[in-house]
Design a protein around this ligand. Structure first.
Ligand SMILES: Nc1ncnc2c1ncn2[C@@H]1O[C@H](COP(=O)(O)OP(=O)(O)O)[C@@H](O)[C@H]1O
Ligand SMILES: [Mg+2]
Length: 370
């Protein structure tokens, strides 16, 4: 049994072009319609921010703060199973403050995994066609729920990795402090590699079947994980020591999970170079739904699903297929689109569905501006 998880209320202040908004989303499907540049993605960004403390499109959180204002704040009432909680994230030019039921949480990671949210945005096309870093981030989002200590190990590892590289470049491969950094990297890198492996296993087990549900069943898809490091600590340490000279010349560490790859194969060929654009779109969607499945299993709750700009990503038949699929999940869903006609209302959706229109940062429909 998975708990239901949903945003019951959302309050947004000072985010991008949005006017002050109070939202009461429907329990299942929320369709946000508007022309380009009206603030649709910003609403999803606000939801994502209050759940995860991050943005899915901006590197720097400061860009979310409305021009001419001092801070952005989003608060939400989230219901999970029979329990309600209030989450709040406030951004200042150089600060990020979070509150769980009015109190400072024990850790940021504890806060950020409370309300799992999975987002599908046009930029995700890069997952299939782009470099390995997007696929590694997908594995890390899964690992965050599947193996929380693995994420702690990742953060320590990345820190030691940067320190070692700096020492290599400033003092060369003979520097004495390298031993200590490599010790940390071997310990935490091996642990982090295990988390990546577990996440990759989760993805591999589900991806093929998920793709088959979306696309022509005669097309086969699989993923395979190619480790850049190792889960064996001693071997990790040896490889680091052996790579010092090369890493100094290259200006980057050549051994370790920062070099992991998740290869995607469609009909026996690399998807990146051989899949058609339509196939790449479906594979992207299958990857995201796989992420959703993995997180749902690990977290024991249905993550909230944010689908940004569905209109520009999929042709109408596929959009309807996606729609069917979404209605069969038990996740609360938020969809943005420029095309209301892609999401016709159906009988019996009733209070489970809400439709909103966004114009110049202000909402009409079931979402009310204040
Ligand atoms: N920090 C900011 N302050 C004010 N306006 C912003 C800020 N950041 C972006 N915008 C504006 O917000 C508008 C809405 O953007 P977006 O949410 O991407 O719209 P949509 O998804 O509907 O196309 C854009 O016109 C953009 O220029
Ligand atoms: Mg947008």
């Amino acid at each position: 049994m998975k708990s239901s998880l949903l945003f019951e209320r959302l309050s947004i202040r000072g985010v991008r072009n949005l006017t002050a908004l109070e939202l009461e989303p429907a329990s299942r499907l929320n369709v946000i319609v508007g022309d380009n540049g009206q603030g649709k993605t910003s609403v999803l960004e606000a939801l994502y921010l209050v759940a995860t403390t991050k943005s899915f499109r901006a590197e720097r959180l400061g860009t979310l703060i409305q021009a001419g204002t001092e801070q952005a704040s989003v608060s939400a009432v989230v219901r999970e199973g029979g329990m309600r909680r209030e989450q709040r994230t406030v951004l200042g030019p150089r600060s990020r403050v979070v509150r769980l039921d009015g109190k400072a949480p024990k850790s940021l990671a504890g806060y950020a995994t409370r309300t799992p949210v999975v987002v599908f945005s046009p930029a995700d096309l890069e997952l299939v066609s782009g470099g390995a870093s997007g696929r590694r981030r997908l594995l890390d989002r899964v690992a965050l729920y599947l193996d929380p200590p693995g994420t702690d190990a990742r953060l320590r590892y990345e820190h030691a990795l940067r320190s070692r590289q700096r020492v290599l470049e400033e003092r060369g491969p003979g520097a004495r402090e390298l031993d200590a950094f490599e010790e940390v990297m071997a310990e935490d890198g091996a642990r982090f590699a295990l988390a990546r492996e577990r996440a990759a296993d989760g993805v591999r087990e589900r991806l093929g079947a998920t793709f088959a549900r979306l696309a022509a069943p005669e097309l086969t898809v699989r993923s395979s994980y190619v480790a850049g490091g190792t889960v064996e600590r001693d071997l990790f340490r040896q490889r680091l020591a052996a790579a010092r000279a090369a890493d100094t010349r290259r200006g980057a560490a050549t051994f370790g999970p920062q070099r992991d790859e998740l290869e995607l194969v469609i009909d026996g060929r690399p998807a990146r170079s051989h899949a058609s654009q339509g196939q790449q779109r479906l594979l992207t969607l299958a990857l995201k739904l796989t992420e959703l499945d993995c997180i749902r299993e690990a977290r024991g709750a249905h993550p909230v699903l944010l689908l940004d700009d569905v209109s520009s990503e999929l042709d109408p038949e596929r959009t309807l297929a996606v729609h069917e699929l979404l209605m069969s999940t038990q996740s609360q869903v938020f969809v943005t689109t420029t095309r209301a006609d892609l999401f016709p209302e159906r009988p019996r959706e009733g209070s489970e569905r809400a439709d909103f229109r966004l114009t110049a940062g202000a909402l009409s429909g079931a979402l009310r501006g204040v």
